[in-house]
Design a binder for this molecule. Structure first.
Ligand SMILES: [Zn+2]
Length: 272
């Protein structure tokens, strides 16, 4: 945990213009040297490995913020996904070079937070959120419909459907409105599912390296449904997120052993 935070904070100390290229690698190398000097490289390496994913162009750093909010840092790119909770959780984190919003619900989209943290970063949103943005943010936002592709901060993005399939839950996320996103980091695909059940589109995905999958009722799905979906599309790594109150031990038990389940610090207040 400490090590992951060090990497992110290290990035934030650099001026944005210097972030391009090997800034992350440089920060990591410097920390490796420090760890060796301190004689503690082995255990710290494992923590670091737990929150990074190798790509053919350097490590992707995954930083859960809370519940459904996360950062993905790669090279000079810093993507915020569904930032909410005000400016405070982001105060020590690098500024975004791009922002993605999955849908309009308050645990995914919060205008005061956006206005506090966005800087000049471009946004990718769904159409409903686009229509809720003030002009200043709208001017650098792109609305993607389900199935559309675009890019933000030079990262290729595909919007995938996120919706409820159980009749009594369809009021929460009706089909066609909300997005999940598949992001391309060199040779690795990262899928942030948004609020969804195990749609046929999710179950048909392939080649996903990292998947962020929600599980909580009544808004998304239960752990059995989530595990069944994960077993269907076989990501290499799955992060349960948006799971407040759910039984992650049960989820992990149901996921096939070849799929790595990673647990992040999604509930810093301890309500997870
Ligand atoms: Zn929602």
């Amino acid at each position: 945990m400490v090590r992951r935070r060090d990497v992110i904070v290290g990035l934030s100390a650099l001026p944005a213009v210097q972030l391009a290229g090997g800034a992350l690698a440089a920060a990591t190398a410097q920390e490796d040297a420090e760890d060796e000097a301190a004689g503690e490289s082995a255990p710290q390496e494992q923590v670091m490995e737990g929150d990074t994913v190798e790509t053919s162009q350097g490590n992707l750093v995954i930083h859960p913020v809370a519940h459904a909010s996360l950062l993905l840092a790669w090279g000079g790119h810093v993507l915020y996904v569904d930032p909410v909770g005000g400016a405070e959780p982001y105060a020590d984190l690098p500024a975004p070079t791009g922002i993605l919003i999955t849908h309009e619900h308050g645990d995914h989209f919060d205008l005061p937070t956006l206005e506090a943290v966005a800087g000049q970063a471009p946004l990718i949103v769904n159409e409903a959120v686009y229509n809720m943005l003030p002009e200043a943010l709208k001017g650098r936002a792109t609305a993607l419909a389900n199935g559309d592709t675009g890019s933000v901060s030079g990262i290729q993005v595909r919007a995938v459907p996120a919706y409820n399939t159980t009749p009594e839950r369809q009021q929460y996320h009706p089909q066609g409105r909300d997005n999940g996103y598949i992001l391309t980091f060199a040779d690795k695909l990262v899928y942030v599912a948004g609020d969804t059940e195990d749609t046929e589109e999710m179950r048909a995905l392939s080649g996903i390296e990292v998947a962020f999958i929600p599980m909580n009722l009544p808004y998304t799905m239960d752990v059995e449904q989530a595990a069944d979906a994960v077993n269907a599309f076989q990501p290499a790594i799955v992060y349960p997120y948006h799971y407040r109150g759910s039984d992650l031990d049960a989820f992990e038990e149901l996921v096939q052993p070849l799929i790595e389940v990673r647990r992040g610090a999604w509930y810093p207040e301890g309500e997870g």
